[in-house]
Write a protein that binds this ligand. Structure first.
Ligand code: NOJ
Length: 570
């Protein structure tokens, strides 16, 4: 999520801030610390998610083409421990097992993404369609539906076909708009009779900033100050085109919805009485979620982005802004292309005004914002270094979406917390706490009038965590990556999340505390199973390596002995 340079800024500037600064929040009378007992609206959809490259494995199976993540992760030094998604959770071979886990949780929906190069190996539809890839997603979709789990599908969760990157420069090139539209159209044609919730892109902020600005993600380009804006511009156009394709060609028949999943941290002013901090915090959110949401809901980039990037570009002696612009026709084509908004949210930052020099050499998305990010050292941070648990920020972000974009229908597409790899602990009390508090803030937001229809816990399984490899675990289910069968074990949070789902909320304090106690009690049994697992892997090694080796050696020795005997006879 956040690049490391920003994180180190955060650490340097860590402030001990009084949490009470958030108490003036005026969307509700409840202060952010209190827990709200109550239920979600009837029909609220509870789910969990994952994405193709993070879980499927089978990177070169059954005719799949290469994606930019296959190539990126195979380069040494790009990913923690040089991990790759080559086999990951082996989800490609485990449809039934994984749907079984979803049933265990009694999920209403499952969010997954379709790998573009698995369906179209080069990314160009007229080249070749890989029917085996189609077959895999057909099986997954059918199996979900047979088990009454609604599939929610993302078309692009970062795995661009490598060929399109090499041939055209990927999202730097406008031709991606048509290629992506053809891929989406193929998905509507083949799967649209059964899929009613589509999302064009997942977290385009990351694609643009981490893929084309900082280079921490595939394709690893560092086009500072321009790359991210250009990529985002093409992504927004591609999103709009796909929405129109669905609207004109498929909607009447298939009756589905097309949205986009945007990520956004919440930004809270350090000093809520300081106008400069208030504006800086607003800028932080506008440069994050607003960058994509404002064109899609209102037809153009946030005014503050146009102003800041435009002014800096002039100071840098550039003839035009580094932020591209939309023509009037494009604006009206893009505006309103969202049937529902997917919101991915994990964490919050305190924000203060900070001027950055405008020198051309140091221009970047980050310096364009003229702000500094801070964290409260008392915020829990059990896993990823960027992920502090700040539940009240979630409610604020949801209310921001409501007020800025005309109260759209929202599906929370990602929310969750990680733990470090070294910690093989199934008793994930901190995840229980995170889910409990974040879903409770979502409930408060719904009471505020925010139109949230569903929630997706991130993620169903531990999985490949991009540049962090397998070092961060977000799963409700623990995956033993050391074992080639990739067995899954439930963490305590499975039991807890299951209770939230079956009660559709939080009935009363006594019960919720009981859930938690029981969840933590049962996980110790699973912990023992996991502890026994090295034995299983060891036995596997014995059967797969030691036994064949011993047999071969015995045969060889017998042959040598026989020859020796024969010679002696002669
Ligand atoms: C957002 C990304 O969409 C998802 O793939 C990732 O697992 C989470 N961030 C956690 O880093």
């Amino acid at each position: 999520m956040l690049p490391r340079c920003a994180i180190s800024v955060c650490h340097v500037f860590v402030l001990v801030l009084c949490l009470s600064s958030a108490e003036d929040f005026d969307w509700t009378k409840n202060d952010h610390g209190s827990f709200y007992y109550g239920t979600f609206p009837a029909g609220f959809s509870w789910g969990a998610g994952g994405s193709a490259y993070q879980t499927e494995g089978a990177w070169d199976k059954d005719g799949k083409g290469l994606s930019i993540w296959d190539v990126f992760s195979h380069k040494k030094g790009r990913i923690q421990q040089n991990d790759t998604g080559d086999s990951s959770c082996e989800g490609y071979h485990k449809i039934k097992d994984d749907v079984g886990l979803m049933k265990e949780l009694k999920l209403n929906h499952y969010r997954f993404s379709i790998s573009w190069p698995r369906l179209i190996p080069t990314g160009i539809k007229s080249d070749h369609i890989n029917e085996k890839g189609i077959q895999y997603y057909n099986e997954l979709i059918d199996h979900l539906l047979e088990n009454k789990i609604t599939p929610i599908v993302t078309l692009y969760h970062w795995d661009l076909p490598q060929f399109l990157q090499e041939r055209y420069g990927g999202w730097q090139n406008i031709s991606m708009v048509n290629h992506f539209n053809e891929f989406a159209n193929l998905c509507f044609e083949r799967f649209g009779n059964r899929i009613k919730y589509w999302m064009t892109f997942n977290n385009p902020w990351s694609v643009a900033v981490e893929g084309y600005e900082t280079g921490e993600h595939a394709p690893g380009l560092r086009l500072r100050g321009t790359g991210a804006y250009k990529a985002a511009h093409h992504i927004i156009k591609a999103h709009a085109k796909v929405w129109h394709t669905y609207d004109t060609q498929w909607r009447a028949k298939q009756k589905g919805l097309v949205g986009i999943s945007l990520s956004g941290d919440w930004g809270e002013p350090v000093d809520i009485t300081n106008q400069k901090d208030i504006e800086a915090a607003e800028r932080y959110v506008q440069f994050y979620l607003g960058w994509f949401a404002t064109p899609i809901f209102h037809g153009d980039y946030p005014q503050v982005m146009k102003d800041f990037i435009g002014r800096k570009s002039v100071q840098q002696g550039l003839g035009t802004s580094r932020l591209p612009s939309f023509s009037p026709q494009e604006k009206s084509y893009i505006k309103g292309t969202c049937d529902f908004l997917g919101v991915g949210h994990f964490t919050t930052r305190y924000i203060t005004q900070k001027n950055h020099p405008s020198a051309r050499s140091s221009s970047s998305y980050f310096t364009d914002r003229d702000l500094a990010e801070l964290v409260d050292p008392r915020w829990p941070d059990p896993g990823s270094e960027w992920l502090y648990s700040v539940p009240w920020g979630f409610r604020r972000l949801l209310n921001f979406v409501k007020s800025q974009y005309g109260n759209p229908m929202i599906y929370v597409t990602e929310n969750g917390v990680s733990e470090k790899m070294l910690c093989t602990e199934l008793c994930d009390d901190w995840r229980i706490q995170y889910f409990k508090d974040y879903t409770n803030e979502m409930l408060k937001a719904i009471k505020d009038g925010v139109n949230v229809k569903g929630y997706t816990a991130w993620s169903l399984l531990d999985k490949f965590e991009w540049d962090e490899g397998y070092s961060e675990r977000f799963g409700l289910y623990y995956v033993d990556f050391r074992n080639k069968n990739k067995p899954r074990y439930p963490k305590a949070s499975v039991q807890f999340y299951k209770r939230i789902i079956s009660s559709n909320g939080f009935p009363n304090q006594r019960e919720v505390e009981n859930w938690r106690r029981k969840a933590v009690e049962t996980c110790s049994t699973s912990n023992q199973l996991l502890a026994a697992d090295p034995l299983t892997s060891h036995m596997e090694m014995v059967t797969e390596i030691v036994v064949p080796t011993v047999c071969t050696l015995s045969i060889l020795l017998s042959a040598v002995f026989l020859m020796f005997l024969l010679r002696r006879r002669n």
